[in-house]
Design a protein around this ligand. Structure first.
Ligand code: FES
Length: 166
């Protein structure tokens, strides 16, 4: 059974690599191509593991160290898998003072993961971020790119999570 599953994953990955290669063909002569390709690869794979970086390096005829350098330099690139719903908890000073740590602890407890980890079902991952620019609403939590929650209390968290479950 596990062999079958890994075959499915391989077939899925093969498809992704083919789509990525077609994209690379389209943009390879443009300036700033590496960043553009890495963005596309992260959008497709969800993150940039070393095998994806090697593939990009080979296709663009660049040293792997250069690709790795770019991936680690920009914080919008990640080498770790992220959940379908990324939960970003603001740990800036205002949020911290207003109880962000309690909020974070409750998320960890509910999801059974630590910071920068992904839940077993791949549905959520937990991330600490710096000031989200809404200190008057502290403590704040952002889920995905636009679901913003202000003045969050630990007790509200199960209700918030329920919206994103199944
Ligand atoms: S410190 Fe959290 S929004 Fe500013």
């Amino acid at each position: 059974m596990s062999t079958g599953e890994s075959n499915v994953i391989c077939a899925e990955h093969e498809k992704l690599y083919k789509t990525l290669d077609a994209f690379i063909e389209e943009v390879k002569d443009k300036p700033g191509v590496l960043i553009e390709v890495l963005h596309k690869a992260q959008e497709m794979f969800g993150y940039l593991p070393t095998e994806v970086q090697s593939h990009v390096a080979e296709r663009l005829n660049l040293p792997e160290s250069q690709v790795y350098g770019v991936v680690t330099f920009y914080n919008f690139f990640t080498m770790k898998p992220r959940g379908k719903h990324q939960i970003k908890i603001c740990l800036g000073t205002a949020c911290y003072v207003k109880g962000a740590e309690k909020v974070l602890d409750r998320f960890k407890e509910e999801l059974k993961v630590d910071m920068e980890e992904i839940t077993e079902d791949g549905n959520f991952s937990l991330h600490g971020v710096r000031c989200l620019g809404a200190c008057s609403m502290a403590p704040v939590v952002l889920i995905g790119e636009k679901d913003f929650y202000g003045k969050v209390t630990a007790n509200e968290i199960p209700k918030i999570l329920k919206k994103y479950r199944g």
